[in-house]
Design a protein around this ligand. Structure first.
Ligand code: SF4
Ligand code: SF4
Length: 447
């Protein structure tokens, strides 16, 4: 690793920069790799989320600067910004800036889901297929989220703010910046509050996000935004299905049509993911208490397309794959030591291009047409009276609190860190104040 690469990586770790699109992978690790291509994931294919587009609209130079720093660090000769061509307000400015850089281009993609799946994006941008069980670095690519690169453009500046979209059943859907650690209730209040009586929300996009009902949960560095919906909205009900329920319905109803597999984006890339065969295991099992040991879900990226779009019976193959992966983990089987790891090169399916699912159709299927509107940029200032900084905001080891109750902290002070030999990075105070409660889960700061 060169000196500049080591310094960039050190700065990212010190600043606590993590994947800001939901994954939360510590960015300093990616910066230590070697890659030919640095790809910006600006596809933002989750319906109703807008924060990456707003960052590109209002702060494009910062994203380019972060990208150039990443390219320098990993030795990339080419930077590619992957964005959907429907974003007409953003693309001309990106192309204008790209023209002034000889090695950065803008890739305009169709409006389909999941264009932003990391491995699909790598294929679209370079024609390379990430090997089954592999990562983009295996084919000379590093992929980074828009906001992650925005954060990387401020070397060493702690990540204390988060761009989020709040959309769905709120009075004024919007995209804005807030201190990390405010509650989702406070974020919804910035949008004028709820328009329904009994709200729940999806943390992240409607496809891959989690159903939540606790609006006191804090915003983290990996949050992309929330979609507020009624607790009885069909999407909330479907996503909240328990294992007992999806197993019982799946066993009695799956007719093995295999549509779930035929539309699966990873199957279409040539990976051996076959959700209908996982469902078949469900049919043969004795009930929800039985373990699912089908290996055909091991390479599932949990995009939810099978459960929320492809299955004509409205079943839940995604959750069957997630359950099978978990059951196999318990007996220490992952893809690498599975019988599916044959070393065979993955070849994209010849009809892949014709099976891309348009987001407009997906929005209808999800029952979100009424909420499919812009969430405009807002300069609303959020001054919370307290924040809760979670110790686990990234993939890897959780942070250990490094402050004591009653201690005064400035904005940007480290309040928790991960041992140097473990994967992870520090978390910081997002407001100045006095430390309130401290435990292994969070540090509270009172303004
Ligand atoms: S699409 Fe639905 S019914 Fe068809 S095989 Fe998959 S889970 Fe079964
Ligand atoms: S959630 Fe379904 S469609 Fe998506 S990768 Fe997994 S099996 Fe394939």
């Amino acid at each position: 690793m060169s000196d500049s690469s080591a310094e960039f990586s050190r700065n990212l770790r010190a600043a606590g920069v993590v994947g800001a699109g939901g994954a939360g992978f510590p960015s300093y690790v990616k910066a230590q790799g070697r890659a030919e291509y640095a790809i910006v994931n600006a596809a933002e294919c989750e319906p109703l989320l807008k924060k990456d587009q707003k960052i590109l609209e209002y702060f494009p130079e910062k994203v380019f600067y972060g990208l150039e720093m990443l390219m320098k660090s990993v030795g990339a000769k080419q930077g590619i910004i992957g964005i959907k061509k429907k974003h007409e307000r953003v693309i001309p400015r990106l192309e204008e800036i790209a023209k002034t850089r000889k090695n950065i281009s803008v890739l305009k993609m169709g409006d389909y889901y999941p264009a932003g799946d990391e491995q699909c994006l790598v294929f679209e941008a370079t024609g390379r297929v990430v090997p089954p069980g592999g990562i983009p670095l295996d084919v000379g690519c590093v992929v980074s989220n828009v906001e992650t690169l925005y954060n990387a453009a401020f070397p060493g500046r702690p990540v204390t703010e988060k761009f989020i979209t709040v959309n769905g059943a709120v009075k004024k859907p919007a995209t804005f910046r807030v201190p990390v650690g405010i509650t989702w209730r406070e974020a919804a209040e910035i949008c004028g509050g709820f328009t329904i009586k009994d709200p729940a929300y999806i943390d992240g996009g409607p496809m891959m996000g989690r159903v939540m009902t606790d609006f006191e949960a804090p915003v983290t560095k990996a949050s992309a935004g929330i979609i507020v919906l009624a607790k009885n909205h069909p999407l909330i009900v479907k996503k909240a299905q328990s294992r007992a329920v999806f197993s019982r319905i799946g066993r009695s109803t799956c007719d093995q049509c295999s549509f779930c597999t035929e539309f699966c984006p990873r199957y279409l890339l040539g990976h051996n993911v076959q959700p209908h065969r996982v469902m078949r295991t469900l049919l043969f099992s004795g009930g929800p208490e039985h373990k699912l040991h089908s290996q055909y879900g091991l390479l599932c990226c949990e995009c939810s397309l099978c459960s929320l779009y492809s299955c004509p019976e409205g079943l839940n193959p995604r959750e069957a794959c997630v359950a099978a992966k978990s059951d196999l983990r318990d007996v220490k089987i992952g893809f690498k030591n599975s019988s599916l790891n044959t070393g065979r090169k993955a070849e994209p399916h010849p009809v892949r291009d014709f099976r891309k699912v348009p987001v407009s159709k997906l929005v209808k299927r999800l029952g979100l047409e009424d909420y499919n509107k812009d969430a405009p940029w807002s300069e609303a200032v959020c001054k919370p009276s307290r924040v809760k900084i979670l110790m686990s905001q990234h993939i890897g080891a959780p942070c250990i609190p490094s402050v004591k109750e009653g201690q005064k902290v400035e904005k940007g002070a480290v309040v928790g860190d991960v041992p140097a030999d473990k994967l992870g990075c520090p978390v910081h105070a997002s407001i100045p104040g006095t430390v309130g409660r401290v435990n292994e889960k969070y540090v509270e700061i009172i303004a």
